[in-house]
Design a protein around this ligand. Structure first.
Ligand SMILES: [Zn+2]
Length: 189
């Protein structure tokens, strides 16, 4: 939060309220700029963190088979409209030489990456590339499904529409059989 200028956000929110024809001095809105500034500091705190940091501590396990953490919930902000998009991330990798990370670290990396003005495509590739770089696994497969408020509350208004992005790295780029195995695990209830 040290790098966030709360006062500047407050000023900006006040200006937006005025610009849309509101009275920022009416009772219900008096504390809104302050509340929004604190909320933005929280929602964008990932800007000041690097997801790769979570993979600095690794373990050595005698395991070179698939690791999949699925249904990781996340909330992000579309960088085109500054409205939320949210959904689930599924992160899979195949460790090399038994180098694995803590399971919760995968979820933390998703959260950190999501808490910035973002694109779903970029969250997906950032997670995949961070794992490739830090753990040097045989392969990574990241699948994200999300609903974008900019598609549901404005513009084409399509509530329920889901966007799916997937990024494969390493052997999972070419191993279709392994990828479909991972997809069937993701779909398993
Ligand atoms: Zn958008």
């Amino acid at each position: 939060m040290a790098n966030v200028d709360l006062n500047k956000i407050e000023e900006a929110v006040k200006m937006i309220l005025e610009a849309v024809g509101e009275d920022p001095n009416r009772e219900g809105l008096l504390d809104t700029p302050k509340r929004v500034s604190k909320m933005y500091a929280e929602m964008f705190e990932g800007l000041h963190q690097d997801p790769k940091e979570y993979f600095q501590t690794v373990f050595n396990e005698n395991h070179e088979e698939l690791v999949l953490v699925k249904d990781i919930p996340f909330y992000s902000m579309c960088e085109h409209h500054l409205v939320p998009f949210y959904g689930k991330a599924h992160v899979a990798y195949i460790p090399r030489n038994g180098v694995v990370t803590g399971l919760s670290k995968l979820a933390r990396a998703v959260e950190t990456t999501a808490r910035r003005p973002q694109l779903q495509e970029r969250i997906t590739s950032t997670i995949a590339d961070s794992i490739m770089e830090m753990l040097n696994p045989y392969g990574v497969y990241v699948v994200i499904e999300a609903e974008h408020m900019c598609m549901t509350m404005r513009g084409i208004k399509k509530p329920g529409a889901k966007t799916v992005t997937a990024v494969a790295r390493g052997i999972l780029e070419t191993d279709e059989v392994k990828r479909s195995e991972i997809l069937s695990f993701i779909q398993m209830k």
